[in-house]
Ligand binder design. Structure first.
Ligand code: PBG
Length: 339
């Protein structure tokens, strides 16, 4: 039997042909820009472990930054707050005049419905202990142990979510990996009259070393222990389907896998299991800072590598990418993809 001599290289011969047959596209409208807002500062503070990223006071500089993103076609932000005081339960996060609530109002007033506003809903950056749930001591037979009180935490994050909705958020994004968080927040939002406010759930979030720079940005590293009793074990992929399914059943509008780059297989798995749900992938701080560090050393071409990473995340199955590179990538994309 003789086979024809097949020449797949024909489809790679020129840039125009490659563009024509490309399977994946990347656009600024796929991106969500994470933004840090801090109470009690009066000018933007650079975040050392995340070159090019800042903590913004709620004011003109924040508006300018978000306007730049919008003008480049990045139409969504995800807000994280750095409060001036922290407490044991994270109740400060639900204050009507909290830093995130004020930032949401400012951005909504400024940009109307042109901007999609997501808010992170968690207590780790609002608590003295830095955990995403409220710790409590409990007797386990003859010994005493510290556990994270799942259901007590649900009450607090529900209040936080309602306060963000009241300020004008489009979507709240619970990130604490507490069981039942989507259901609790959905019920609280509906009861408070915010049935139109959506939930982007950090459904599949791993206990990852790649969050290091972010924890510096918000000083949110746990003061004792680690997050492995609530965030997922990096060894597990099938468990992602279970977590995503629960959040779908509880009413999530958008699912998320986090981190992105080291979990492309998980992105693909979740997209295949729930193709009808928009899937976001969080290209996290450590993934961003590794690229920045290597680029600063002159070891990689930042534009090429970043656009390759973002394309890979989409190719794996993500519809939306949360990335600190959003503004720069949008600028680079004006010249098209470099492939
Ligand atoms: C926790 C939270 C984390 C991130 C966002 N929200 C991680 C963590 O500290 O466990 C990480 C984002 C990043 O690394 O860019 N509520």
């Amino acid at each position: 039997m003789s086979f024809p001599f097949l020449r797949p290289r024909r489809l790679r011969a020129t840039k125009a042909i490659r563009d024509l047959v490309a399977e994946t596209s990347l656009s600024p409208s796929d991106f969500i820009l994470p933004v840090f807002v801090r109470e009690d500062i009066d000018k933007p503070e650079p975040i050392e472990a995340m070159p090019g990223q800042y903590r913004f006071p709620v004011g003109d500089e924040l508006v300018k930054y978000v306007r730049e993103a919008l003008e480049l076609g990045v139409k969504a932000v995800l807000l994280f707050g750095y409060p001036k005081e922290r407490d044991e339960k994270g109740l400060v996060a639900a204050r009507r005049d909290g830093v995130v609530q004020r930032a949401v109002r400012l951005l909504r007033r400024e940009f109307g419905e042109e901007l999609v506003i997501f808010t992170d809903v968690c207590i780790c950056n609002y608590t003295t202990h830095g955990h995403c749930g409220i710790p409590k001591r409990r007797k386990k037979g003859p010994i005493e142990v510290t556990v994270i009180d799942n259901d007590e935490t649900l009450k607090v994050i529900s209040e936080i979510a309602v306060s963000h909705a009241e300020a004008g958020a489009d979507f709240v994004a619970p990130s604490g990996m507490m069981d039942g968080m989507v259901k609790a927040i959905r019920e609280a939002l509906d009861e408070a009259g915010y049935s139109d406010v959506g939930i982007m759930s950090y459904a599949v979030k791993y206990a990852s070393g790649f969050y290091g720079p972010f924890r510096e940005a918000l000083e949110s590293a746990p003061r004792f222990g680690d997050r492995r009793s609530y965030q997922m074990d990096p060894r597990n992929a099938l468990e992602a389907i279970k977590e995503a399914r629960l959040d779908v059943e509880e009413g999530a509008d958008i699912l998320m896998v986090k981190p992105a780059l080291a979990y492309l297989d998980v992105i693909s798995l979740v997209k295949d299991a729930f193709p009808e749900y928009p899937l976001a992938a969080y290209n996290v701080s450590g993934e961003y800072s590794m690229v920045k560090a290597a680029a600063e050393k002159g070891w990689i071409d930042e534009r090429l590598v970043t656009l390759e990473i973002l394309t890979a995340i989409k190719r794996a199955g993500a519809d939306i990418i949360i990335t600190y590179h959003a503004i720069e990538a949008a600028k680079w994309l004006r010249e098209g993809l470099p492939f």
